[in-house]
Each structure stands twice: as structure tokens, then as C-alpha cells.
Design a protein around this ligand. Structure first.
Ligand code: G
Ligand code: G
Ligand code: MN
Length: 503
């Protein structure tokens, strides 16, 4: 810069000086020298100016490049790369400023929704198909969301819409219905409409919260309720949902405190061979009577254990206890034990089960692992490997609650199950509707063809028992034969049946 300013100044001074010298025309010799000097200065000045100009534009370009990169990084950090929608962080920031500015007497709404059915799209078309579906859904919904609203992807298959300023709550209900309807009708990539659905939760400001996190959490609680209600349902937040969460929190704390104690124990429900109604073994069903929070049903504490990462520990302890109990039963009695889908995501699971078997001395052939159908959605590579490892040492695998999930026939065959447990919902309707009878008979026939053992769950009446036996079902379980009882009673049941058989 300095050179750039100085060069013309020096040039001007020199030009004036040489002009004066010229005027007096003293020495022609010095005239030549000064001309040469002048030329050198002009060249130097022009060179410096060009260099300086280049430097400055380089710097400017670099600054602009960095500014753009920064802006892009900023935008990436605030947007979901797949759909281009604002992400959860950006959503929270904008929602907070919406809530700050909410005029008195007006309402804002948070509408969150989860898209159901994407898993099946992923299964059928691969991850890429699922991504395309998400992009198309996001794109389609931008047409029902107006420009003053905020539409964000919260992660996975969860989205949120914020209505910043409404006169009445009805506006939120209307938009929620439009969203659920649009997703229910969505068809993409040639698929027929109706394979997807959305469950929607709504929370309203200012009544249900004036900070972004509270309002979002409450909308998500409402959404969880909607998911339990059924496909395409819409739920508004209600106070008792927080109470439900509080109860879950209490259960989690109690579970952490009591997991190593004696209040969680397996009980045992008899499994019966339908040909002569002999007890052939028992299914271990976990029971928890907590000294602090009272009795908690297994589906509740199992899912709490899954959510807070205690399921491996709980599963190991229950299995260890059950194997110890079963080791005392006669050698022909089997032990059925449930694994939750989450446990099948642990690559060390087979090893852990084997070490429990070794420690307790229960022969692997007496253990029957039950896995429910819902474990076989999504990526089942690991589940398949675990099943193969267990079968390799002689542990049998039963498919639990068959008929309630998405297991396909080809999966059943490829996963090499040993037994199918027909879900009790079919057994309950036996004798009431012909469909169930047809389904149950078909499943039994199919299983027999594949060389699998069949067991009917939830047998409660003699007539169900009769029709199952006639249909060729091999085993049964249910209140007709007995509920789950403590270990000592199970042992007493075995002794009683042995004595009965001997007599
Ligand atoms: O026992 P019911 O009695 O209410 O059992 C409810 C559910 O809890 C069933 O689906 C059963 O498979 C599951 N369950 C019971 N005990 C266990 C257990 O020890 N481990 C796992 N993973 N699930 C269990
Ligand atoms: O692991 P699974 O999901 O199959 O768990 C068995 C469940 O079925 C347990 O909750 C158990 O208490 C329940 N159950 C067992 N027998 C009967 C029955 O005869 N009728 C009904 N309604 N439930 C039963
Ligand atoms: Mn079971």
C-alpha cells in the first residue's frame, strides 16, 4: 500500500526536477542518466502497483471463500443434510425466539410426529429407499406448512412443525389432521399409498410451557401416547402424561437399586404336551414385587431396563437364577427363557448365555430361548449369528408370539427355529371366528411340514384345548394348565405329576 502511494509522489517530484534540469539544458550527459532513472522508476512503480493489486484481490478472494465456507458450515450445522430442513438444534433456537415474542392472548403450537412404516420400506428397498421416502415426505409436507411456520427434522423419522402465532387451538388440530392425512395418503417410488402412517403429538404455548425444551418434551409425550393409541392417531398433551413419566423415573431408580437384590425373580409357567397333558417344562417369567414402588409388571420393567441400559445385567441375573432352579428339576424338564429384542443386539450374548450354562451346570439341550417376532425387523445379521452360535451348542430357539409381527415365511425357514409359539390372540378367538381356526390350523400344518414343534399360548378353556389337540398342535401353555408360580411351587408341581404318573 505504502509503495503504491509513494510511487506516484516520487514520480511527480522527479518529473518536475528533470523538467527544470531540461529547461536549463545543462548537461546532455546527465539528461540521459536521468531519463534512464525515470524509466526505471516508472517500471518499478507500475510493477509494484500491479503486484499490490494482485495481492489485494487474492486476499479479498480468500476472505470471501472463507466467509462462504463458514456460512455453509453454519448452515450444515443447522440443517439436516438429507432433507435440507432445519435440524433439532436450529428448531430449538427458533422455537425459543417464537415463545419469547408470543403476544398476550395468542397461542403457539408444537406439532411433532413420527412416521410409521419406514422400517418396512427400508426392509423392502434398503436404506436408500427409506431415504428417498423421507425426502419425498418432507418435500410433500412443505406444501401444507405455510411460510411463517417452522418445519424441522428432529432426527430419524421424527419431524416437528411450529405454528408461531395462532388465534385458537383449533388451528393446531386442523394442521395435525392434515399432516396425518397427507402421510397416510403418501405414495412414493411407485408404492401404493397407505403403507405409511404418522402418529402426531401436540403441545400448546403458553399453557403447556414457555420454554422450548418443556414444550417439545410435552409434545413428544403426547406423540408417544398417540403411538400407543394406533396408526394415524393424534394426541394433545395432558397433565397426567408427566405423571406417567414420573412413575417411570421412580421405576428406573428402584430398578437400579434392586437389580442385584432378591425382589426380582423368575416365576415358572408349565408347558404341557397335549398328547397326554404331561408337564414337559416351564417358561421363566420375571416377577418384581418392589419394596419401594410395589409390584411392577414385567413388560413395564423390561422396557425400562432396555431404555436405561440395564437389560443385559437383568437378563443375565434372571437367566442365572432360572438355570439354577431348572438344574434341580428332573433331567427331561426344559426351561424356556425369553430374550428381548434389545438383547439380540449384544454380540457377546451367546457367550454370556454359555457361561451361565457352564456355571449352573444346566445342559444346553434343556434350554429353549424364546425370541419374539419383533426382533426380526431391520438388520438381523447379528441376531442370525447369535442364533446360529446358540444352536451350535445345542440350545433350541423358539419363535415367540407368532402372528403378531412381521416375520416372513422365508425368514422362519432361514433362521432355523425349532419351535413356533402361536400367539394367544389366535387361541383366544378359537371357536369364536372361523378365520382364527383356519390360521391356527395352517400354522400347525406349515410348522409340521418344516419339522418344527408347535406350542399354543394362552390356552384357557377345555374346548380350546380340544380343538388344538385335534388340529395336531403338540404343546400348550396357559391358565388351563397353570399360571406362573414361584420356583418352590414349580418343583412341587413336578413332584405331584411324577407321583401321579407312578400311581
Ligand atoms: O408374564 P407376562 O406375564 O406378563 O409377561 C409379559 C411379557 O414380559 C412377556 O412378553 C414376556 O415375554 C416378557 N418377559 C417376562 N419375563 C421376561 C424375561 O425374563 N426376560 C425378557 N426379556 N422378557 C420377559
Ligand atoms: O413371552 P410371552 O409374551 O409369550 O409371555 C407370556 C405372557 O402370557 C405372560 O404375560 C403370561 O402371564 C401370559 N399368559 C400365560 N398364559 C396365559 C393365558 O392363559 N391367558 C392369558 N390371557 N395370558 C396368559
Ligand atoms: Mn415367551
Amino acid at each position: 500500500m505504502i509503495v503504491l502511494v509513494l510511487a506516484p509522489v516520487v514520480f511527480f517530484i522527479l518529473a518536475t526536477t528533470t523538467g527544470l534540469l531540461n529547461h536549463f539544458s545543462v548537461l546532455s550527459h546527465s539528461h540521459v542518466i536521468i531519463d534512464a532513472l525515470l524509466l526505471a522508476f516508472v517500471v518499478a512503480a507500475v510493477g509494484t502497483a500491479v503486484y499490490a493489486y494482485r495481492r489485494i484481490s487474492d486476499i479479498n478472494r480468500e476472505v470471501e471463500r472463507r466467509r462462504q465456507a463458514q456460512a455453509q458450515a453454519h448452515s450444515f450445522a443447522r440443517h439436516d443434510p438429507l432433507t435440507g430442513l432445519p435440524n433439532r438444534g436450529f428448531y430449538t433456537e427458533r422455537l425459543q425466539s417464537v415463545l419469547y415474542r408470543l403476544p398476550p392472548g395468542r397461542f403457539a403450537a408444537v406439532i411433532v410426529f413420527e412416521i410409521l412404516g419406514l422400517r418396512l420400506v427400508n426392509d423392502a428397498r434398503g436404506q436408500y429407499g427409506g431415504d428417498i421416502a423421507l425426502i419425498e415426505i418432507a418435500e410433500g409436507l412443505t406444501h401444507v406448512v405455510s411460510s411463517d411456520m417452522l418445519f424441522a427434522r428432529m432426527g430419524g423419522d421424527n419431524f416437528a412443525i411450529v405454528i408461531p402465532d395462532m388465534e385458537s387451538i383449533d388451528e393446531a388440530a386442523r394442521l395435525a389432521r392434515i399432516v396425518a392425512g397427507a402421510i397416510g395418503r403418501a405414495s412414493f417410488a411407485g408404492d401404493t399409498a397407505g403403507s405409511l402412517a404418522a402418529c402426531v403429538g401436540v403441545a400448546i404455548a403458553p399453557d403447556e410451557g414457555l420454554d422450548a425444551d418443556t414444550l417439545t418434551r410435552r409434545a413428544e409425550l403426547a406423540m408417544e401416547r398417540a403411538m400407543r393409541t394406533g396408526r394415524s392417531s393424534i394426541c394433545f398433551y395432558a397433565k397426567e402424561m408427566d405423571a406417567h413419566i414420573e412413575r417411570r423415573g421412580e421405576i428406573e431408580r428402584a430398578l437400579r437399586a434392586e437389580i442385584s437384590g432378591t425382589s426380582i425373580v423368575p416365576h415358572y409357567q408349565p408347558l404341557v404336551a397335549l398328547d397326554g397333558d404331561r408337564i414337559i417344562g416351564f417358561e421363566a417369567l420375571a416377577r418384581w414385587n418392589s419394596p419401594t414402588v410395589g409390584p411392577v409388571p414385567p413388560d413395564v420393567f423390561i422396557s425400562v431396563a432396555e431404555e436405561c441400559g440395564l437389560i443385559q445385567d437383568l437378563g443375565d441375573r434372571l437367566l442365572r437364577q432360572a438355570c439354577r432352579d431348572a438344574a434341580d428339576w428332573p433331567d427331561d424338564m426344559i426351561l424356556a427363557f425369553n430374550l428381548s429384542p434389545r438383547q439380540l443386539k449384544d454380540p457377546a450374548l451367546a457367550l454370556r448365555i454359555l457361561s451361565v450354562l457352564r456355571d449352573t451346570g444346566l445342559p444346553p439341550r434343556r434350554l429353549k430361548i424364546e425370541i419374539t417376532e419383533s426382533a426380526f425387523v431391520g438388520d438381523i445379521t447379528l441376531a442370525r449369528k447369535i442364533i446360529e452360535e446358540l444352536r451350535g451348542v445345542g440350545v433350541h430357539i423358539a419363535l415367540d408370539d407368532f402372528g403378531t409381527g412381521y416375520a416372513t415365511l422365508s425368514q422362519l425357514i432361514s433362521l432355523h427355529f425349532d419351535k413356533i409359539k402361536i400367539d394367544r390372540s389366535f387361541i383366544r378367538r378359537l371357536g369364536q371366528d372361523t378365520d382364527s381356526e383356519v390360521i391356527v390350523k395352517a400354522v400347525i400344518g406349515l410348522a409340521r411340514g418344516l419339522g418344527l414343534v408347535t406350542l399354543a399360548e394362552g390356552v384357557e378353556s377345555a374346548s380350546q384345548h380340544g380343538s388344538l389337540r385335534d388340529a395336531g398342535c403338540m404343546q400348550g401353555q396357559g391358565y388351563l394348565f397353570g399360571k406362573a408360580v414361584p420356583a418352590s411351587e414349580a418343583a412341587a408341581m413336578i413332584t405331584a405329576t411324577k407321583e401321579h404318573a407312578a400311581a
